[in-house]
Design a protein around this ligand. Structure first.
Ligand code: HSE
Length: 433
């Protein structure tokens, strides 16, 4: 299609939106060469408060509007970039843009995780592209590899660290022994954490991202509600100490596996062997290990959060959309959904476990605990009595198990909690070796 320029509309001038605006303006020449014609930022929908930010002074004032209808009435917008975040009204704006024939780009994981299937259908119907490379892993190319480069594979599994904030917090806690609140505060100051930090620390952000990756990898409609998720707030410095002694690191892992048409998807903290690739991923970095039947193991690694990294992905999506427009096509990749694929209930997953308990320091205690585990067909791999509090007459014991079913482990945990000699089950963490 002959076009002298491609018009861009940007919704949101926050951390990511602001950086995208800067890149579009400052790298206009390079981007025009890559796209095949100039990409012209035509309108930016802002909140009144955005206009007071120093960044706003670097952008021509006539581009701003605080009025949504005025934004959508702007002629010549071919690509709408949604960078306001959250589910609503972002979903409504994306639908409005698609229905109006605009290609859309969004780094919004919540909207894509929850409504990606329906947005894809709408975009296909309208013959426009829906791109969301920035929604998972910041600047790490992930969506495009799943959509294009890995399609000859049957993907068997994804093992991922996809939340930079929690990985930063876990790294600081493991390395420096600092407490959880100070590590979180420092992550927030660096701009990694979500507006609501619970989204990061309770595994919510990671489970949105896993829904997106698993849907692409397994050609299925995996929704956030299908994904078991736990955060990192129960972790204690003692767990880090024992993990290290046992040869493990602790990571918030997002796991997706396909076994016999059944999809296993879960997000939780996990022990990973300290010599594994994922154990070495520290700080705000993300890493996504993908196992395909042809390609084997592929590791994607990079900065998973932050304005610069995310703007790299969003701007690339804008350029790809512009190339499609110039070639008169919508997104080439078809989103498939195999309805035969079911989600495996969490109770049926199988993994190993680490248990830390406070027990009465008296004879026969270990025998009672092993009986409960044995009765539930859970085989013990190691038992270590760690510390004794002689005044309280209690001891701390750490147990690791061989692979067992989650259902059996939950049953055993309930029975252990009811044993008079078990004072407290301080933590139980899955071990992914
Ligand atoms: N809060 C997110 C993270 C930002 O820490 O990974 C990127 O989605």
């Amino acid at each position: 299609m002959e076009k002298e320029s491609i018009g861009i509309g940007l919704m949101g001038l926050g951390i990511v939106g602001g950086q995208v605006a800067k890149v579009l303006l400052e790298k206009a020449d390079i981007l025009a060469e890559q796209a095949g014609c100039p990409l012209v930022l035509r309108k930016i929908k802002v909140l009144p408060a955005d206009l007071d930010r120093p960044l706003a002074r670097e952008i021509p004032a006539e581009l701003f509007t605080t009025d949504t209808d005025e934004f959508f009435a702007e002629p010549g917008i071919d690509i709408m970039v949604e960078a306001i975040g959250g589910e609503n009204p972002a979903l409504e704006y994306l639908k409005r843009a698609i229905s109006g024939g605009q290609h859309v780009v969004t780094p919004n994981k919540e909207v894509i995780a929850k409504h990606g299937a329906e947005l894809h259908v709408l975009a296909r119907k309208q013959g426009v592209g829906l791109r969301y490379e920035g929604s998972v892993g910041g600047g790490i190319p992930l969506i495009a590899p799943f959509k294009y480069d890995l399609v000859a594979n049957k993907i068997n599994g994804i093992y991922a660290i996809i939340n930079g904030t929690t990985n930063y917090i876990l790294t600081r806690m493991a390395r420096e022994g600092i407490d959880f609140p100070s590590a979180l505060k420092s992550a927030q100051e660096l701009g990694y954490a979500e507006a609501n930090p619970e989204n990061d620390i309770e595994g919510i952000d990671a489970h949105y991202k896993l829904a997106i990756l698993a849907s692409l990898a397994f050609q299925a409609d995996v929704r956030p509600g299908d994904i078991y998720h736990e955060g990192i707030s129960r972790l204690d410095s003692r767990d880090f100490r024992y993990a290290r002694e046992l040869g493990f690191a602790i990571k918030l892992l997002a796991i997706a596996k396909l076994v016999n048409n059944s999809i296993e998807v879960r997000v939780h903290s996990a022990f990973v062997p300290e010599d594994s690739l994922l154990a070495k991923v520290d700080g705000v970095y993300n890493a996504i290990l993908v196992e395909g039947d042809l390609v084997g193991k592929v590791l994607f690694f990079g900065e998973g959060a932050g304005a610069l990294a995310t703007s790299s992905a969003v701007t690339a999506d804008v350029v790809s959309s512009a190339q499609d427009i110039l070639h008169g096509v919508s997104d080439r990749a078809v989103r498939k959904s195999e309805s035969a694929r079911s989600i495996k209930p969490m109770a049926e997953i199988e993994t190993q476990y680490y248990l830390r308990m406070n027990v009465a320091d008296q004879s026969g205690v270990l025998a009672q605990i092993s009986r409960v585990l044995g009765d539930n067909r859970i085989s013990i791999s190691a038992v270590i009595q760690k510390e004794t509090d002689s005044a309280a007459q209690t001891a701390e014991i750490v147990i690791t198990t061989h692979p067992a079913q989650e259902k059996a482990m939950q049953q055993a945990l309930g029975e252990l909690a009811r044993l008079g000699v078990v004072k407290e089950i301080n933590n139980f963490i899955r071990v992914e070796s």
